[in-house]
Design a protein. Sequence first.
Length: 138
Amino acid sequence: MSDSTQARTVRRRLQHGAGAGATARELVLELLADHKTTDELRHDAALVAFELVANAVAHGHPDPDGTIELCCALEGDVLIVQVRDAGSSGAVEPRPLKPEVGHGRGLAIVDALSSSWAVDRSDGTVVTAYVPLAWQSV
């Protein structure tokens, strides 16, 4: 398989803390820097990674080493974003949006910007989102 058709992947262990979301965003922007897409879709993908990592920090639990795991794989015109933490309780679903509350929008954002997303609880909590990097025809 030639380099141009191989999936490009970044996998990192991130410290379970406030800076993890920003690190995830930077890693996605770096991964997509030379991918043929728009800046808007590139930043959408980075926002999905940020929100999934922020949710893992806010609601999940770190592994014994104090980290969570981020894996992003570029496959054609789709970025697969996967975040794993050691937690296994609580609902992983978008909350009803309340204008008077300044938080709780993360999974609604992921849902809006991803073509699909799923949760696997077989090993902690793994949330996987499929983010299109090409405009979809309606």
